[in-house]
Design a protein. Sequence first.
Length: 383
Amino acid sequence: MQAAAVAGDPQLLQGPAPQKTDVRLMSLDALRGFDMLCILGIDRLLIALAKANDSRLLQALGNQMTHVPWAGLHFYDLIFPLFIFIVGVSLVFSLSKIIDRNGRRFAVRRVLLRSLILFLLGIFYMGGLAGGFANVYLAGVLQRIAGAYVFAGLIFCFLRERPRVMVTICVVLLVGYWALLTFVPVPGIGHASYERGVNLAHYIDVHFLPGRSNSDPVDFEGSLLNTLGAVANCLLGVFAGLLLQSKKVIEQKKVLWLCGAGGLSILLGCLWGLQFPIIKLLWTSSYVLVTCGISAILLGLFYQIIDIWKFQKWSLPFAWVGMNAITIYLVANMVSFPRLAQRLVGGEVFFGAYGGVVVELVALGLELWFVQFLYSRKLFLRL
């Protein structure tokens, strides 16, 4: 599965639904859409360009659109944590309104219900019951987003007036996860390890996660223990959301805080990574800090350009995607846009070495046309 995903509905993970008294953050929709397009076509387009042309720049860009096999970080390894970061930002706005209008109990029910639906959609996305109950896959991307959202959402519902406590919880999650992987011996190995296939997170999933086996270290994505890092990832997004929501901080200072905190998070993550490697598949604490730092800076830049400077037209295609993220994600799982594009333009048959580039451009255009069609008719999937 690609290192990114989508989730529930416009209020849950795609920002608050427009209200007469609300100001919608177009930058948040656009950033979410940019994130989604990186796994729905931009990645394949850059890889196709790298195959068609051996220039160093295109080779480097194409390489950044692949995952690091284990330790390290490519741009493509940022996509998934960026989305979970955006989940955290968005839930601040959506749950605050629900709590203020309907009360905390109602908000808690919404968090639990939406997480359950998202988790079930994740099972469906990964094949559903096609292989029987014994082969249901529970460690997918949507399932991880559901797990991160339910815990971060509940924490926010009960502690939104106590941000210092939320910060403490986030720190405990990051440090506690590091301690578990660093000091707890892996059964059968005899010592703690960060290596592929012989770490504590892998052991727990293989022995205690129901459904399809995670025993193959090459395909291992992690689910149970790794959720600690994902929840911290989401909480860091919550802190960014609280900053953007604050009326006590002027807009320009919000950008400075986002970029400054993001830079500090990257520095701390890199330093921590010297001992606790940056590993996406383990969702290590250093990985969380580095990717959330980059996410905060991206959010600050999008917020500056789109919501402060009001340069918005260029971001409309991203916003179309961002406001219907789960729809296009599920449709792309069931309908192959590149295959449809191949039938329309022929690919290498007519365009030679650049046939793959043409196919990916057309596929990307079809995806954008689809979400623009939904947007123009105000069709949004709500759960």
